[in-house]
Design a protein around this ligand. Sequence first.
Ligand code: ZN
Ligand code: ZN
Length: 452
Amino acid sequence: MKTKRLLTISLLLCLVLSLALLAGCGCDHANVAYQFDEYTHKLVCLDCDKVVELAQDHQWEGTYCSVCKMGEEYTQGLEYELSSNEAYYSVVGRGTFEGQILNISPLYYGKPVQRIASSAFVQNFVITEATIPNTIDYIGEMAIDNCINLTKVTFAEGSQLSTIGRLAFAYNPNLTEITIPASVTDVKEAAFYSCQALTIYCEGTKSQGNPWHTQWNMDNRPVVWDCANNDKASDGNVYVIVDGVRYAISSGKAVVAVQTQGITSAHIPAKISYKGSKYDVTAIAPNAFQEGVQGDAWHLQQITFDDNSVIAKVGDNAFENCIELKQINLPNTVTSIGKCAFRHCWELQSFTIPPQVTELQSDVFASCYELTEITIPGTVTKIEPYAFFSCMSLKKINFVVTKGWVASGENPNTLQPEKITLMQSDVSNPETIAEWLLDGYKYLGYTLQLSN
Ligand SMILES: [Zn+2]
Ligand SMILES: [Zn+2]
């Protein structure tokens, strides 16, 4: 009885539909487009919203439907493998794909893509971005490992990811951030090992991370737990990138942090904005722009500062090995420059020591081969050993205060003790003083100090 009534209703509906289609509404359905869901597509009139062709199954061509083109935006040419129970696919390799933007499809021949197999994208030096669909529940060992140009990994919304395998994202030196979805229950050993630029954001809380492998974050990259509500990294800083420059915010102030991406030119504003608040940029962190440490090959050529900058401190090694940096005008507010801050800045041609600096620390300008002349302002009262070591072009060091300098320290150079006599309290001759200040051999172990 019930079936019969249903049948009648269906027939009636069909009749109404056909009549409507036949009778029309003055619309010739000239503009049509496919609408689709995961399984089917149907042709619909864009003008009158009528269904012109009823729903049919997709005609799968790998990741996309050859009729409605659903899925065409995903990366084509990857290599897949069907699971033994034929329920899902794994991405096993890059196949014929040679592009930079990897956007893995959630479906392949209509079945979900659930795994990224071990070593699927290992040593892919081309990809710069990877998007992982929400169907993936397992990322295998070394799956996206050693991809030196990879800067960004995105997990699609609604991720079902449960496991990140051993070394899965290791050795990606330019990967700056990754957000581990809340669904992840296991992160295996060294999953992000040697990603020296990386901050790891976790949607879950720290307690969720407890069952993960004890060495999941082997080299202690900064971790931000519960990142939707909290963006503070485990080292207490909030890391932000503003106009290409990375800063660390803490205690209401910003510091230019260790840079993690290649920068050839940078401007440091007096303040940066983050989430509606403004923060004074007060320092340049140790190693901030230091090059060559991680085998990187990017060269800072230019750096400028706002006129009203309040930067007070330049950290140790901050610009070490910036071999293409020709000029830098530090803000006048700088009072302290750390040791080795400009060591090996081979092309640095001139440098004005800011007027409030009190000390030149050891090796600060060592091996600045192009530096020809420098003036030591009256505020400087101490010059540590090797400050100008091996500055081969340096011919003139002008002291504003020329009398009262005392050399102290131990000279291990016992073979040529006469060199010690070059230490003198009068530094009024720029050429003579340059000669022995830049030569660490003569100046070994000595600190030059202004005695009041
Ligand atoms: Zn129409
Ligand atoms: Zn289709």
